[in-house]
Design a protein around this ligand. Structure first.
Ligand SMILES: Cc1cc2nc3c(=O)[nH]c(=O)nc-3n(C[C@H](O)[C@H](O)[C@H](O)COP(=O)(O)OP(=O)(O)OC[C@H]3O[C@@H](n4cnc5c(N)ncnc54)[C@H](O)[C@@H]3O)c2cc1C
Length: 407
């Protein structure tokens, strides 16, 4: 296995780190202040202006769409292994850097779907403005009424009527849909409820302003509202042209698998970056805070926590890189078990590290004076989003047992 960065990736990494130091970290406080002001004006889900300023600067520096190997310029695409190191750096400031570089979920997964399965018209209408960072998008699979970790349960109906599809159903936790910049959803539903369990589903593009789409409410996470919003949405006789079908009828399940593979590993890369930032904050705090006659860093228990964190991060990074390398060399299918494993391991380890960092900061750790509390909340939800841990553990067990007769 070769995890060495390509020359192009090394160049990007240096410029990205420079951008983080000069623009992103200083913008974190500005972002928090602007969000507070927008909230006071009743515009909770409007983007703070500093994000759009960062996007302009990142693009000017060539730090744009790094996640999608070769789409803009096939000769110079970055490998998934290359991207792992870049995404780790953006994960250090998770609310700003991924979006500033147009590498934020769920747009990345949606752009990949449109890139792989979209028609030329769909690409021109939706992929182009997404690649240019002009609009945002959402992916609508989860439903309140069924256990959605098993995607075969999805019950939203997509029925043909002449040259249109008609959608009826209810979704929730649809990230991004409260942000006024979000213009398009990829919606998964059933076109053939009587078909084979993995051939019943299809995906269609639904503009947010289509008649019959109603945003019921943005759901809070641990009591807080995300800037982009995770919304509950109803679809009542929503009509979209048949041209809005993504891929083929009955191909929705396969597209969901294709979409969630790389998307999951991107989350893991960023989780490693969050853990690194938390460990850095932990070390700085341990060296600068004095209790019981000396810096906290002198306490054996604190040193053990620091060491445990370093050891765990190294493990998570190595498995992330191995998974990225497998995808590069053999494709997403060959890396399925590793993608499932790292989707469990990276958030779990990062959550542990952030938790230790919070503890070492005392009361400051749970305030918003550091990024730790926000990181903890984001990582905790990552143990559910894109499939809960148990479902991925199930996949790892299936692959392991599958090596033996009688499995
Ligand atoms: C912050 C956030 C953002 C999200 N964004 C999106 C989005 O943009 N689009 C979207 O479509 N969805 C999104 N989701 C939804 C997320 O993907 C689902 O919550 C997740 O897939 C689980 O589905 P569910 O909530 O229906 O849980 P259920 O399927 O009801 O499962 C509940 C629990 O049951 C247990 N369980 C399930 N299966 C097994 C098993 N095989 N073995 C043992 N235990 C099991 C697990 O503990 C699981 O957490 C988001 C969720 C969150 C929290």
């Amino acid at each position: 296995m070769d995890f060495a960065l390509s020359e192009r990736a090394r160049d990007h990494l240096g410029r990205l780190q420079d951008f983080m130091d000069s623009h992103v970290y200083p913008a974190e406080r500005v972002y928090a202040d602007q969000r507070r002001d927008l909230r006071a004006e009743g515009r909770e889900h409007h983007v703070p202006p500093v994000v759009e300023e960062l996007k302009v600067e990142a693009r000017r520096r060539g730090l744009w769409n790094l996640f999608l190997p070769g789409i803009e310029d096939p000769a110079h695409g970055l490998s998934v292994t290359d991207y792992a190191s870049l995404a780790e750096v953006t994960g250090r400031s998770p609310l700003l850097a991924p979006e500033a570089t147009n590498c934020a979920a769920p747009d990345t997964g949606n752009m990949e779907v449109l890139h792989l399965f979209g028609t030329p018209e769909q690409k021109a209408r939706w992929l182009r403005p997404l690649l240019d960072g002009e609009i945002r998008s959402a992916f609508a699979m989860t439903e309140p009424d069924v256990a959605s970790s098993d995607a075969t349960n999805i019950s939203t109906r997509i029925e043909r009527d002449g040259d249109h599809y008609v959608l009826n159903g209810r979704k929730w936790w649809i990230t991004g849909t409260a942000d006024p910049r979000c213009k398009i959803m990829i919606v998964m539903g059933k076109t053939d409820p009587e078909g084979h369990p993995y051939r019943q589903q299809s995906m269609v593009l639904v503009p947010l302003d289509a008649p019959g789409v109603e945003i019921v409410r943005p759901l809070p996470v641990f009591g807080y509202q995300d800037q982009h919003g995770h919304c509950e949405i109803t679809f009542t006789d929503v009509r979209v042209p048949m041209d809005n079908l993504v891929g083929t009828e009955g191909g929705g399940f396969a597209i969901a698998q294709a979409r969630l593979g790389p998307g999951r590993i991107h989350h893991c890369m960023r989780a490693v970056g969050m853990a690194e930032r938390a460990l850095e904050l932990m070390c700085r705090r341990a060296l600068s805070r004095t209790a019981f006659g000396g810096p906290l860093a002198k306490q054996g228990v604190v040193r053990a926590q620091i060491a445990e964190s370093r050891m765990a991060i190294e493990q998570a990074r190595l498995l992330t890189l191995k998974t990225a390398w497998l995808i590069d060399e053999h494709g997403v299918q060959a890396a399925r078990s590793e993608v499932a494993a790292i989707k469990v391991i990276a958030p779990r380890i990062a959550l542990d590290v952030v938790d230790r960092a919070i503890q070492l900061h005392g009361g400051a750790g749970v305030s918003d004076d550091t990024p730790l509390a926000e990181m903890w909340a984001g990582l905790r939800t990552l143990r559910l989003a894109d499939g809960p841990d148990e479902v991925h553990v199930r996949s790892v067990a299936r692959a392991e047992l599958g090596r033996y007769p009688g499995a």
